[in-house]
Write a protein that binds this ligand. Structure first.
Ligand code: ADP
Ligand code: MG
Length: 399
């Protein structure tokens, strides 16, 4: 989004800035379990504060009913309390059920330079997801400038993401710019060889990404349940493995496309099988030509692990989305762990996207050894499919 304005392109001093963040954080008994998203937004909040902006933070959190009622389990209060600890200054939360009402308006007008207030959960009002004009106008009335730093929500055409940008000058925050630019540069101009690793549960979820990556990656490594649809498309019998029958034609087209474009598409040559997806069941390593009829593949095998690790070791750019097996069970985590270790120990620019892949690399304690972990699931997937994000499109162009 280098063609879009960011906070550094506008004068925020003395202005009321509505900052949309993604503080949709996991909570347990009223406290924040993982504050990654709050910490990732700090550079933007601190920049705005240090430049004298009057800050109004807004986020959604979970999925409240949205009937205009305050639901305490979806209150942003725990996130606000965590923010106060991290930033070391007061943050006032405004509004119970009426988001962007009279109370919020007068509070916004009373803010002094560098002060911070926060709105209650935007989704208490169903105008947020409906991008309702009335709600959009009320939000817009709270501010002079709108800043989007909510990468994790930038793929949703909601009131506080795209609607508001029609009524006030709209620019991007630092996290949004970093996320979008990193993924964009990786797709447009990767250092080669560029190795993309794709796994996870369904070909149907990832088809757009695989196709788009074929235009930029040199090697595409496939694992996870979706490899069985590709193996089946090649004529292998896959036993009771998770396979999408209705995706077989699409899978054949992918195999053809890789062939035509000279992309090195790597598919498992051996897999770890079991009779059921459970911990403690008997497992068996077999070649992909010999998957028993009554067994399912639940992880990549040792020969495949070795080949994948070697390809990753040679890369200058690595992208990884989707686990190689059912990594939730120790019996089937070995393939995912091997890939995580190969990514972590490589000198390549490494990017990880996707909820379960990020969870996996954290689980193995290797998160600090990758170059970039995306904070947005759906938004990063949409960028990787080569699609624009409504929250980025809506921002002002750089003159
Ligand atoms: P991400 O969130 O990283 O994009 P996905 O949501 O697409 O990843 O897929 C993750 C899920 O895929 C995990 O829950 C994992 O257990 C499952 N999975 C991986 N390999 C297999 C397999 N061989 N059979 C069934 N499920 C699998
Ligand atoms: Mg997932």
């Amino acid at each position: 989004m280098r063609n879009k304005k960011t906070i550094e392109d506008v004068d925020v001093e003395g202005k009321r800035v509505l900052l949309r963040v993604d503080f949709n954080v996991p909570l347990y008994e009223g406290t924040v379990v993982d504050d990654t998203r709050i910490r990732e937004a700090l550079p933007t909040i601190e920049y705005l504060r240090d430049h004298g902006a009057r800050i109004i933070i807004a986020t959604h959190l979970g999925r409240p009913a949205g009937h205009g009622e305050f639901e305490s389990q979806f209150s942003v209060m725990p996130a606000a309390l965590r923010l106060i600890q991290l930033i070391g200054q007061p943050v006032t939360v405004i509004g119970g059920s009426e988001i962007a009402g009279e109370e919020a308006l007068s509070a916004s007008l009373a803010l002094k330079d560098g002060q911070i207030m926060m709105l209650e959960n935007l989704r208490f009002d169903d105008g947020e997801t409906a991008n309702d004009l009335n709600f959009v106008k009320r939000l817009a009335s709270l501010c002079d400038i709108y800043v989007n730093d909510a990468f994790g929500a930038a793929h949703r055409p909601h009131a506080s993401i795209s609607g508001i940008a029609e009524f006030v000058p709209a620019v991007g925050g630092k996290l949004l710019a970093k996320e979008v630019n990193t993924l964009h540069d990786m797709l447009q101009n990767p250092e080669r060889p560029f190795v993309a690793i794709l796994g996870g549960s369904k070909v149907s979820d990832k088809i757009g990404i695989i196709e788009n990556l074929m235009d930029s990656a040199d090697t595409i490594i496939i694992g996870g349940a979706m490899c069985f649809t590709l193996l089946a498309a090649q004529g292998h019998s896959v036993g009771t493995s998770k396979m999408e029958e209705d995706m077989l034609d699409v899978a054949k087209r992918l195999l053809d496309k890789a062939d035509k474009q000279g992309v090195n598409l790597m598919i498992p040559t051996d897999v770890v099988c079991a009779e059921a997806m459970a911990e403690g069941v008997e497992t068996k390593v077999v070649s992909v030509d010999e998957i028993p009829d009554d067994m399912m593949g639940l992880d990549i095998g040792p020969e495949t692990r070795k080949a994948y690790a070697a390809a990753i070791a040679d890369a200058a750019t690595v992208f990884w989305n989707g686990p190689m097996g059912v990594f939730e069970f120790p019996s089937f985590e070995v393939g995912t762990k091997a890939v995580a270790e190969a990514v972590a120990s490589s000198d390549a620019m490494s990017v990880i996207g996707g909820g379960d892949s990020v969870a996996a690399i954290k689980k193995f304690g290797l998160a600090d050894q990758v170059s970039f972990m995306s904070t947005g699931g759906g938004a990063s997937m949409q960028l990787l499919e080569g699609k624009d994000l409504p929250g980025v499109v809506a921002l002002q162009d750089r003159g």
